[in-house]
Design a protein around this ligand. Structure first.
Ligand code: ADP
Ligand code: ADP
Ligand code: MG
Length: 450
């Protein structure tokens, strides 16, 4: 492997470029017409235009990306997260072209890509799943819902990023929910397949980072808590998770490793679970890619997950074993989005007129922007990730508060004020978090019920 094309933009493209540089690999950025002046384009060794602003015609266009691969002579592709990162066809096309896809094999993506199928795989591996159904439709869905009981969730098999999910409180809401979820999923993900899951009340979202090589080594890197969510999208994450005992961590890690082994998983991946008030955990999905919040785990384990992902893609064995993994201290990540919290989180595209990131002890900023950056309205609103590390949770929190106060971004609105509010909340400080906490009690406006 000599030259890596990064089929993505923004923060994760910058993150991958940094890993490649440390490994002595050349980098190729791709960009749409809206991203000509982006940071990832400036930082890469080369850059190739892949189409107009709409993602379908650029970052999601497999033909355009493969043209960029051959034009640049890249011999590997890193898909980042979002866009084509969990697209089996993209991984397959790369393989056919003799270009290394830095991720799992197409078969593994296929077996985990549809969430309904992934549930079956997890169950067969002896891992508890949320009580639910196989794919359902029409009258069959009504009968299945009756049997499962309410409240329940209608979920799109192909869903992601918190979309394609609907809560159904009772039978009277079912039909409308099925209809809306299927048309929404068809439009957003190109598949209308749905399944039902029992609604777990006030669960925590706890996930296990996995990394595996081609030599049969599967290593887990502990858990992350991603319970602070808005519209089922993560807002703030931490590692480890409050109150997760070594015994529970071991149990969840073993379950995650079983899921990974069941699909002969290679590369970095995350097995997501819901944890209920009684301490029972249930598999919900596996993300077959690097995740946004991977850096929390990097801070508490010292492992560079992206570099390891690239090494593994080159056929090398993992540079460490399970016995080398030790969790040290506490890490928190705040997702800084170009959104206006005072206006119901409306997107806030525009030009960053002033940019002064925080620094000092225990602070890491992974950003896709700099002073003068233009935030286009076409893509995900996340512009930077602010991470803090401390010897314990209170120190990580104190550093995060200090860093949020230092962070100056002018010209656009950001979610910094929301994070400042979270970091003052007594329930957050006490570690009493669950997936509805943020929306139910920390947001301005009327109380929302999930
Ligand atoms: P993570 O699990 O890494 O926290 P998110 O759910 O926040 O990831 O998603 C990261 C990015 O990927 C977001 O831009 C999100 O919109 C996008 N994304 C995730 N899953 C899908 C999917 N199935 N289809 C399209 N975009 C997705
Ligand atoms: P996505 O692919 O969009 O990330 P997930 O299946 O991971 O979808 O679910 C996203 C979030 O939705 C979870 O973190 C959780 O907050 C909520 N959720 C999903 N399934 C359930 C469930 N059965 N009960 C309660 N909440 C759920
Ligand atoms: Mg998820």
């Amino acid at each position: 492997m000599r030259k890596v094309l990064i089929a993505n933009r923004g923060e994760i493209a910058v993150r991958v470029i940094r890993a490649c540089r440390e490994l002595g690999l050349r980098t190729v950025a791709v960009y749409s017409e809206a991203d000509r002046s982006s940071l990832h384009v400036a930082m890469a060794d080369e850059a190739v235009l892949v189409g107009p602003a709409p993602a379908r015609q650029s970052y999601l266009s497999i033909p355009n990306l493969m043209r960029a691969v051959s034009e640049s002579g890249a011999d590997a592709v890193h898909p980042g997260y979002g866009f084509l990162a969990e697209n089996r066809d993209f991984a397959q096309v790369c393989e056919l072209w003799g270009v290394k896809f830095i991720g799992p094999r197409p078969e593994a993506i296929g077996r985990m890509g549809g969430k309904a199928v992934a549930r079956q795989t997890a169950q067969a591996a002896g891992v508890p799943v949320v009580p639910g159904t196989d794919p359902v439709a029409g009258a069959q869905a009504v009968a299945a819902a009756q049997e499962l009981g309410y409240p329940l969730m209608v979920k799109a098999s192909a869903g992601g990023g918190g979309r394609g999910i609907r809560v159904v409180e009772g039978p009277h809401e079912l039909e409308a929910a099925l209809e809306r979820a299927s048309s929404e999923a068809q439009a957003a993900f190109g598949s209308s397949e749905l399944y039902l899951e029992r609604l777990i009340v006030h669960p925590r979202h706890v996930e296990i980072q996995v990394i595996a090589d081609e030599h049969g080594h599967v290593v887990t890197l502990g858990e992350r808590e991603s319970s602070l969510q808005r519209r089922r999208q993560k807002v703030l994450e931490e590692a480890p998770a409050v109150g997760v005992t070594p015994a529970l961590r071991q149990e969840m890690s073993d379950a995650a490793a079983r899921v990974a082994r069941a699909v002969d998983y290679v590369s970095a991946g995350t097995v997501e679970f819901l944890l209920d008030a009684e301490g029972r955990f249930y598999f919900i999905e596996m993300n077959t890619r690097i995740q946004v919040e991977h850096a929390c785990t990097e801070l508490v384990t010292g492992v560079d997950i992206v570099k390891e992902q690239i090494r593994v893609a080159q056929g090398e064995p993992l540079s460490f074993g399970q016995e080398d993994v030790q969790l040290r201290g506490w890490a928190i990540e705040c997702r800084i989005n170009a959104e206006n919290p005072a206006r119901d989180f409306a997107p806030s595209p525009g030009v960053i007129t002033e940019y002064r990131p925080p620094g000092g002890p225990g602070i890491r900023v992974d950003a896709g922007v700099a002073a003068g950056s233009v935030i286009p309205p076409f893509y995900d609103s996340m512009v930077a990730k602010l991470l803090s590390w401390g010897r314990d949770r209170p120190e990580a929190i104190a550093r995060m508060r200090r860093a949020l106060d230092e962070f100056r971004i002018e010209g656009i609105h950001t979610t910094i004020p929301l994070h400042q509010r979270i970091l003052e909340d007594p329930r957050f400080l006490a570690g009493q978090v669950h997936t509805s906490l943020l929306e139910a009690s920390m947001m301005p406006g009327p109380t929302r019920v999930t």
